[in-house]
Design a protein around this ligand. Structure first.
Ligand code: PLP
Length: 379
């Protein structure tokens, strides 16, 4: 089955009791048993819920994963992966990483004796250099948030296999429509479902997919033990959102390309970060592992000051100043003070995330209106 067909049908059956074509919202905390241990496969809703089951199967199919688990947020999905580790274990991650992930690693898990090392993963030899016999996980994010750096999933997965280290990929920025990390050799794929997958800025949720039954078993154990599960109403909303994921992504990519090129030619813009440009670092890798370049774009104006950035941010009329990304409506953000405020300034600057960098999540509006909005905001 191709992507668009899977998006609509994978894991979804008409409701057996009524024939309802939409998966019902099973708003229940528990299930009646005929006698102790005799039930219809459901005992308690933290462990299993039919609406969540349908979504987990659907998302697993979109990522070509045998197993899928949903969580209450992207962060709780990431946390689940780290909770499979033990004190003394080491994790290598990329120095240009979503700020919340950086915070979770350094402020929450470091104190439990897990060591995190951050390197520039654009050069895979930087990872190899810091692997030790305690390294248990390589945490990849590509494209990265917000510098749009492209990391070579195939090469990192090969290294992981050679050194017997698990490789997990945060695939949030690409969405399963544009990139499937497991097909490229990764062991785990993670999503902030909140973003492109849900697509309508109305749900917070996370996802983990894998083809390894032992890894999935550990995820299931932590999902049930820790209980960071999404509610059935949210699962329903995401199932509905996914039905248009392929169509939305096509429009995000088209609008993204038009806007990236518009910004590149703007006399007041110094630099644009978008993986579709031929001169973007690792563009060839992006071409080989992505089916399109998406609608996430960052840029720096020639007047590279916080005042100029604030002036531009205040002036937008259609782009809304807000955290998050991947919804149908266009958003603009200021990573230094918003999504990446928890990353120390020196570390931000060392990866090029200047105080004035602006990040766009290009929505699916009419692109001419979006360009007109940028024109009046940048001036
Ligand atoms: N990963 C990336 C790349 C993100 O951008 C985000 C949120 O912005 C997350 C993970 C965290 O996801 P959530 O907000 O659903 O917890």
């Amino acid at each position: 089955m191709k992507f668009g067909t899977k998006a609509l049908h994978a894991g979804i059956e008409p409701d057996p009791s009524t024939g309802a074509i939409m998966t019902p919202i099973f708003q229940t905390s528990t299930y009646v048993q005929e006698e102790p241990g005799v039930h219809k496969g459901y005992e308690y809703a933290r462990t299993k819920n039919p609406t969540r089951d349908a979504l987990e199967k659907n998302l697993a199919a979109l990522e070509n994963a045998q197993f899928g688990r949903c969580f209450g947020s992207g962060m709780s999905a990431t946390e689940t992966v780290i909770k499979t580790l033990n004190p003394g274990d080491e994790v290598i991650s990329t120095s240009d990483l979503y700020g919340g992930t950086y915070r979770l690693f350094t402020k929450v898990f470091a104190k439990y004796g897990i060591k995190f090392t951050f390197v520039d993963m654009r050069d895979v030899s930087n990872i190899e250099r810091v692997i030790t016999n305690k390294t248990k996980l390589i945490w990849v994010e590509t494209p990265t948030n917000p510098m749009m750096n492209i990391l070579d999933i195939r090469a990192i997965a090969d290294l992981g296999r050679k050194k017997n280290v698990m490789v997990a990929v945060d695939n949030t920025f690409a969405s399963p429509y544009l990139q499937n990390p497991l097909d490229l050799g990764a062991d785990i794929v993670m999503h902030s479902v909140t973003k492109y997958i849900a697509g309508h800025s109305d749900v917070v949720m996370g996802f983990l997919g894998t083809n390894d039954p032992v890894v999935d078993e550990r995820f299931a154990f932590i999902q049930n033990s820790s209980g960071a599960i999404p509610g059935p109403q949210d699962c329903f909303l995401v199932l509905r959102g996914i039905k248009t994921l392929h169509i939305r992504m096509q429009r995000h990519c088209e609008n993204g390309e038009r806007i990236a090129n518009y910004l590149k030619n703007h006399h007041k813009v110094e630099k644009v970060f978008w993986p579709g440009f031929e001169d973007h670092p690792n563009h060839e890798v992006a071409k080989s592992q992505m089916r399109g370049f998406g609608g996430m774009i960052s840029f720096i104006q020639k007047e590279d000051t916080i005042e100029q950035a604030n002036k531009t941010l205040r002036t937008f009329k259609i782009f809304s100043l807000a955290e998050s990304l991947g919804g149908v409506e266009s958003l603009v953000g200021h990573p230094a003070s918003m999504t990446h405020a928890s990353v120390p300034r020196e570390q931000r600057l060392s990866v090029g995330l200047t105080d004035s960098l602006i990040r766009l999540s290009v929505g699916i509006e009419d692109v001419d209106d979006l360009i007109a909005d940028l024109e009046q905001a940048i001036g």
